[in-house]
Design a protein around this ligand. Structure first.
Ligand code: PHE
Length: 350
């Protein structure tokens, strides 16, 4: 190969050595092998040579062209490979051959109790409803027969938002929407309304071992013709006996809630002493668990249901309290503590 061609080849090799990216590489390709590239120009310039010269020089230029093309090709493969390596090393590393982390997560005790209650009520034909945590004054109070400025509002020290909405202080806030949702089916198809709606509630409580500003309830309603307190007692007794896996005695005491009439506090026989009386039940033999009652005619009417034709019950089961009783949790603050040590010890029996 003649001197000129050899130095051109050296030039290409050194340029390729200095190139580290695909854009520069393409510039080199264009500079030598493109239409106006220097090797292409050499081939074009051959027309001025004699036949003999053209034969030798042509063979050499073609050889150089092939070598240059191959060098560029190799560099291209090399750069692509490096690019892939760079991508791989910037990805999070994990070793698929390392043994799996066998430490399993666990459900929160309230989730466990909630799911258990949901399953029990589902088998008794109740639907499970979801409801927002931020609601209106109408949903939380007015639709529940608690007008503005009614003293019954004092029972629930409520968090109000700047826009007039509030953090729901009880799951009863969903009652009106549920009644409206199913009233057509009740009236037209004689299908009883049977729904439960678990949810997180908020009240401005001074916290101690028994009080939290954030807690869980599970509301339930049933509306049909001829529903009475005995239906309420039956469902509550069945549900609680299933949750505690033993026959639970219940009793009703009068209780005031503006959205039920009559209203009750449902107590269960103390799980620790079986009703004999012990420090846990303050020696009464009973534990207060679930406020409930027959839905007030005004609440039914507000939900689009004629109280002359239909009756129903509602209950507001304290899920947080139920979880504490079931798992023997003494301090309510543990439940919102986020402490995995405290919360991961309760497992799903299934
Ligand atoms: N919402 C009431 C409370 O949290 C409880 C309740 C529910 C009472 C349903 C009666 C009927 O205080």
């Amino acid at each position: 190969m003649n001197e000129k061609l050899l130095s051109l080849k050296d030039e290409i090799v050194s340029k390729l050595d200095q190139t580290n990216d695909l854009i520069d590489l393409d510039k080199i390709r264009v500079a030598y092998l493109g239409k106006k590239g220097s090797i292409t120009a050499l081939l074009k310039g051959m027309k001025d040579l004699s036949n003999e010269e053209r034969k030798n020089f042509g063979a050499e230029v073609n050889q150089l062209k092939a070598q240059a093309a191959q060098l560029i090709e190799e560099k291209l493969a090399d750069l692509k490979q490096k690019e892939i390596q760079r991508e791989i090393s910037s990805m999070p590393q994990f070793d698929i051959t390392s043994p799996a982390n066998l430490e399993r997560g666990s459900y929160h005790p309230i989730t466990l109790v909630q799911r258990e209650c949901e399953n029990i009520f589902r088998t008794m034909g109740f639907s499970i409803e979801d409801y927002p945590e931020i609601v209106t004054d109408y949903e939380c109070f007015e639709a529940l027969n608690i007008p503005k400025h009614h003293p019954a509002r004092d029972m629930q020290d409520t968090y109000y938002l700047d826009n007039g909405q509030l953090l729901k202080s009880h799951t009863s806030a969903a009652q009106n929407a549920i009644l409206k949702k199913y009233s057509k089916n009740l009236i037209e198809n004689d299908t009883p309304i049977k729904a439960i709606f678990p949810g997180r509630c908020f009240r401005n409580e001074a916290t101690d071992a028994c009080h939290e500003n954030t807690f869980f309830q599970m509301e339930g309603v049933m509306v049909d013709k001829d529903i009475s307190i005995s239906n309420l007692i039956y469902f509550m007794k069945t549900m609680l006996s299933e949750v505690f896996k033993k026959d639970i005695k219940v009793r009703l005491r009068p209780g005031f809630f503006p959205f039920v009439e009559p209203g009750f506090e449902l107590d269960i026989s103390c799980l620790i002493c079986g009703g004999e009386g012990c420090p846990s039940c303050k020696h009464s033999g009973w534990l207060e668990l679930c406020p409930c009652g027959m839905i007030h005619p005004n609440v039914l009417r507000e939900g689009g249901i004629d109280p002359e034709k239909y009756t129903g019950f509602a209950f507001g089961l304290g899920l947080t309290r139920l979880a504490m009783m079931k798992y023997g949790i003494k301090d309510i603050r543990d439940l919102n503590s986020g402490s995995l040590k405290a919360l991961s010890q309760f497992t799903d029996d299934e």
